[in-house]
Write a new protein. Structure first.
Length: 317
């Protein structure tokens, strides 16, 4: 039996359509040879969910989204159709949630509940949407944005006040101060160079001085050893002890003098004795003056037996 070209073309077209349909479902991760359960959920925002997006339960891949369409009865709402290839039972109280990813796209998660009647193919599960990572991040950044705006406003006001402070006169003074500072730094640099040169020139003298200091320390050590060998420290201690004894005796003598004991003490403390000594001193002084002025009154020498002339009192005195 001869097959016509038209029949061959039809068979090839049917096979091509079948392969195309199977490939499309394979790309959607649907198994044509496995019976799956179909469920529906309704959302007001699918947040990047597409046909072939995966369906998970507790993070485990159990199916894929098969179709997305608008709800003709509720304007703006979207119905998501998805299948479940795994044999997993949950109740009709279970819910679904769309979780968008940071890199784009989204997945549908079934949040299972095990209370009540089990869900069957064709049931509607209540759907909800996460805010998403970017939206959540934006919500968290909103308070920070307000604080940042307030900080920027304060900074702007600070700059305005700073500009008001830096008027023309202040700017001139500031420039002058910076110029003076530059001159000072130049002088300081020159002084540093001079000091460095001075230190370089004085290096031999400093080395000699340090050497002399080392020699002096060595000589001092030698002198200390000689002192120790000569027992000068012991002699010095003995001398200090004797000096302390002398000072103790002198303190005792001074105490006796203050008490009026002894000749010197009586002389210092006895006023009558002091008065008598003072009077005697005056009389002796007067006697010496008379003797000096009238020696004949006190001394008379007669060689030839002349009579003594009577004493005539000097009227000048």
């Amino acid at each position: 039996m001869k097959i016509s070209k038209e029949l061959k073309s039809g068979i090839i077209a049917i096979i091509a359509l079948a392969v195309t349909f199977w490939g499309y479902n394979f790309l959607k991760k649907q198994n044509l040879f496995t019976t799956s359960k179909v469920y529906y959920s309704e959302f007001n925002n699918i947040q990047g969910l597409t046909p072939a997006s995966i369906v998970t339960i507790n993070g485990f891949h159990v199916g894929n989204v098969t179709n997305i369409k608008f709800n003709p009865k509720k304007r703006g709402n979207i119905i998501v159709e998805y299948n479940m290839n795994k044999d997993f039972s949950f109740s009709k109280k279970s819910t679904t949630k769309i979780t968008p990813s940071l890199m784009g796209g989204a997945e549908l998660s079934i949040i299972p509940s095990y209370e009540g009647e089990n869900a069957v193919s064709g049931d509607y599960l209540i759907g909800s949407s996460d805010a998403g990572m970017m939206s959540s991040l934006a919500d968290k950044l909103s308070p920070l944005e307000s604080k940042l705006n307030a900080t920027l406003k304060d900074a702007d006001q600070l700059l305005i006040n700073f500009n008001n402070i830096l008027d023309t006169k202040t700017q001139t003074n500031l420039k002058s101060a910076i110029a003076n500072l530059d001159v000072t730094l130049k002088h300081f640099k020159g002084a540093s160079v001079s000091l460095e040169k001075l230190l370089a020139d004085s290096q031999p003298k400093i080395s000699s001085l340090l050497k002399n200091a080392d020699n002096a320390v060595a000589n001092f050590d030698t002198l200390a050893a000689d002192f120790k060998e000569a027992n000068l420290v012991g002699n010095l201690n003995q001398t200090m002890t004797e000096l302390q004894n002398v000072l103790g005796k002198f303190d005792t003598l001074m105490a006796d003098m203050n008490k009026g004991e002894g000749t010197i003490g009586k002389l210092l403390k006895d006023e009558a004795l002091y008065t008598n000594l003072e009077n005697a001193s005056k009389e002796l002084e007067e006697l010496l003056r008379e003797f000096k002025l009238h020696p004949k009154r006190f001394v008379h020498i007669s060689v030839f037996g002349k009579k003594e002339k009577p004493y005539i009192k000097d009227t000048l005195n």
